[in-house]
Ligand binder design. Sequence first.
Ligand code: MSP
Length: 509
Amino acid sequence: MSTFYITTPIYYVNDAPHIGHAYTTINADAFARWHRLMGDDTMFLTGTDEHGLKIQRTAEENGVTPLEQADSTSVRFREAWEQLNISNDDFIRTTEERHHLAVQTLMQKAYDNGYIYSDTFEGLYCVGCEAYYTEDELDDGNCKVHERPAEHMSEDNYFFKLSAFADQLLEHYEQHSDQVRPDGYRNEVLGLLRQEVRDISISRTSINWGVPVPWDDKHVFYVWYDALINYATAVGYGADEDRFGTYWPAAHHMIGKDIIRFHCVFWPAMLLAAGITDLPKFYVHGWLLIGGEKMSKSKLNGVTPKQLIEGDDEQAFVPFGVDGVRYHFLRDPSFGPDGDFSYEQMIVRYNSDLANQFGNLVQRVITVTGKKCGDLAPSCDGDSPLKAEAEKAFTATTEAWARAQPPIALDATWRLIRETNEYLAAKEPWKMEPGADVDRVMGDSLEAIRIVSILASPAIPVAAQLAWERIGMTGNVDDQRLPDAATWGQYAGGVALTTGDPLFPRLKG
Ligand code: MSP
């Protein structure tokens, strides 16, 4: 059995969950669900990033301790992910004991291997990014992301010999074209490694809200070098070597393009410094913009997942439901480039793909079968014209998930829905007399719905399960295993179908 380990970035607890965070998490969730369907031993991790100056300052502003700040915001992320039907197997918080132990073990190894030294550091620091910048990386002294002045900082730091790994990493990314997807971001990583790669400061003495450096307790690790290690902590690094050995070689990190350098350059170098030679793969996506700008708390332009799921009278948002929100964020933004969030597009997509195409197909097939085929559903025909369409849909869907392109995967799955709707429109079973012909048409359509329910379940898990049950299938759609479950000809009929409310009621724009 193959293994698949997928992670989201761990989110800072100064900001409440917004749809930018949800976009990353929904995508990671769909990959996890797809790999479970493919029979992979899958581990899906998300969590919160709770140390560092940014959190310490937010806590001060809110008049609470950093841990209280972390406790309350971390819960909001958990709740948001539960509401979005996120199927994470673990939720890590960097303030947990297991994480402190893993950070100290990994960094101690890098130190013992001679890759960490002490020096004085002076530079311009953006607290929002928790990163140092050179003058020319700033815009007139201001951070380009946060549009605020960077602060001058000087302190005794431990440094990591990043420069020692530049050639090895360059060669690694040159030789393995599938390490970073989409390809444009791989080029960005290659570009970063072809420039001068400088050593990086990895500890702080000016704050104490962090993981203590094990060989010098006046220092805490700089938040990013504690945060990245979360991915290793959660699969047992330093605590359960068997578990680490199982999942680590299959690590895939889903990240936004804003954190490429930390993930694709710093993190693999840290792993190598600690003697870990299996390097993770990356799925990188662009920003979700609102009015051309990245969403964030400081710009007050955040839209929350809850507002879209449940609707919001103040904003005049209609309720899209959990599956409606998930589907939009998987299907509409191309995976890779930046994209403007569009409420109007969300309505159009929902009404066309979910209400008209999928919802109507299920409703119509169940209604016509009930009218024309008696109390029990007919079985499908092994030799249907839809068989080839189902095979094509399965192959194209699988290829697109493997290339990390959710919008293309869903388009391929929806093709089978459209083909089935066209087949029905051509056959017009509602005009046929009861008998073998109409039984065949309806049995085939039910088989197409069975297969679509499986293939669409990573995107719309609730509706997929409902459709599965309404056509008389038992058990969970999530428990089906591909490719076998997608093989044409398994709908056996002889079961009662269930009618119900539309799976996706049409929304008014
Ligand atoms: N805590 C760090 C990550 C540490 S991972 C070891 C961090 N946190 S964050 O909360 O600021 O952002 C994390 C991720 O949220 C981004 O990389 C991105 O995946 C996602 N997004 C946050 N805002 C976003 C948009 N507006 N658009 C798309 N994704 C966004 O950085």
